[in-house]
Design a protein around this ligand. Structure first.
Ligand SMILES: [Zn+2]
Length: 65
């Protein structure tokens, strides 16, 4: 019981840290690979849209690169 609890806490803390890191990228605007302007927002999971040059492209779920 005690060993399982210790493992769970460690795993949970690391996951929380990773999620916060990913969410920061998800909420912030990304740099467009076509016009280099930081005006790209995520439309859907893995789909990004640049509001400057209207480029729509596929990327990773939470960030472009
Ligand atoms: Zn663009």
């Amino acid at each position: 019981m005690s060993s399982t609890k210790r493992f769970g806490a460690r795993y949970g803390r690391k996951t929380k840290h990773n999620v916060a890191k990913l969410e920061a990228q998800y909420f912030n605007k990304q740099k467009c690979p076509y016009c280099n302007k930081v005006n790209v927002k995520r439309l859907a999971m893995g789909i990004w849209n640049c509001r400057s040059c209207s480029a729509k492209f596929a990327g990773r779920a939470y960030s472009i690169a």
